[in-house]
Design a protein around this ligand. Structure first.
Ligand code: KIV
Ligand code: NA
Length: 262
C-alpha cells in the first residue's frame, strides 16, 4: 500500500473511511501496516504496554522510544505520535517538545488533546511545520480532573461545545482529529461541521474513520472490554493456549523434537 500524506488524508473525507490502529512496537506495527492507513503511537501505551492505570505518566522519552520502534516496523505507514500529558501546557513548550519528537523520530504528525482551549497551541505548532491531529470529546489525559471517563455530548451545552471544539481545531490548522466517547448522533453532526476528517473511537459509525487500540481489538486485554471495542480475535485465549501447549510439551519432553535440534 502507498503511504498516505496530509493531502490524501484530508482528501479522503467523504470518499473513504480512514483506518487507524495503535501500535507500540515494531513487531505489531509490521503486522498492522498492510491493512491500515494510519498508525497511532498512542499514550495509551502507558496502560496497554506499561500496565499503568491511566495515560498521565507517559513521558516524551517513552513516546519517542516507541515511535522509533513502530517506525522500524511500519516504514510505509503514516505515523502519528501522541504528545503526552504535560508536554504542551503552553505554545512554546509544546513547540519545543514537538520539535524534539520530529527530530528524534520519523513521525509524520503529532496528536494533542483538547478543543477550543488548545487552538492557540495547535496554531503555533502548525505555523512552525508540525502537522497536528486534534483530539476532542472524551480526553483520557483529563481523567483525573474529570473524575473518570465520561461520554460527552449528552447535554445541549456539551453538543454545542463539541462543535465549537471541532471548528476551532480545524481553524487552528489541524489536518484531522480524533473524536472519542461521544454519542453517535452528536459525533455525526461534529463530523459534518468541519471539512477535515474526524476519526472516531466510541463515537459511532457516522464519522470519517475509526481508531482502536490494537490490544483491545485483538482481544489481548482481558480485564474489561469497553462497549465501543469489538474483539476481532480472542487473542488472550490464543496466546494463553499456545503458552500452555509449550509448557506442557517442555514438561513432558515432547519439545524439542529432532526437527528443532542441531
Ligand atoms: O492513546 C490512544 O491510543 C489514543 C486513541 C485511543 C485515540 O489516543
Ligand atoms: Na492518547
Amino acid at each position: 500500500t502507498k503511504k498516505m500524506t496530509i493531502t490524501s488524508i484530508k482528501k479522503s473525507k467523504g470518499a473513504s473511511k480512514l483506518v487507524m490502529i495503535t501500535a507500540y512496537d515494531a513487531l505489531f506495527a509490521r503486522l498492522l501496516e498492510p491493512s491500515c492507513d494510519i498508525i497511532l503511537v498512542g499514550d495509551s501505551l502507558n496502560m496497554s504496554f506499561a500496565g499503568k492505570g491511566d495515560t498521565l505518566s507517559a513521558t516524551l522519552e517513552q513516546m519517542i522510544y516507541h515511535t522509533n520502534a513502530v517506525a522500524q516496523g511500519a516504514k510505509s505507514s503514516f505515523l502519528i505520535c501522541d504528545m503526552p500529558f504535560g508536554t504542551y501546557i503552553n505554545p512554546d513548550e509544546a513547540l519545543r517538545n514537538s520539535i524534539r519528537v520530529f527530530q528524534e523520530t520519523t513521525v509524520d504528525a503529532l496528536k494533542i488533546e483538547g478543543g477550543e482551549d488548545k487552538a492557540h497551541i495547535i496554531e503555533h505548532l502548525c505555523s512552525n511545520g508540525i502537522a497536528v491531529c486534534g483530539h476532542i470529546g472524551l480526553l483520557p489525559q483529563a481523567v483525573r480532573s474529570e473524575g473518570g471517563y465520561k461520554v460527552k455530548g449528552k447535554s445541549q451545552e456539551e453538543q454545542e461545545q463539541l462543535i465549537r471544539d471541532a471548528k476551532a481545531v480545524e481553524r487552528a490548522g489541524a489536518f484531522c482529529m480524533v473524536i472519542e466517547g461521544v454519542k453517535a448522533d452528536v459525533a455525526k453532526e461534529v463530523a459534518k461541521s468541519v471539512s477535515i476528517p474526524v476519526i472516531g473511537i466510541g463515537a459511532g459509525k457516522d464519522v470519517d474513520g475509526q481508531v482502536l487500540v490494537f490490544s483491545d481489538m485483538l482481544g489481548l486485554f482481558e480485564e474489561f472490554t469497553p462497549k465501543f471495542v469489538k474483539k476481532y480475535m480472542d487473542g488472550a485465549s490464543l496466546v494463553k493456549g499456545a503458552i500452555k501447549s509449550y509448557s506442557d510439551e517442555v514438561r513432558s519432553g515432547e519439545f524439542p523434537q529432532d526437527i528443532h535440534t542441531y
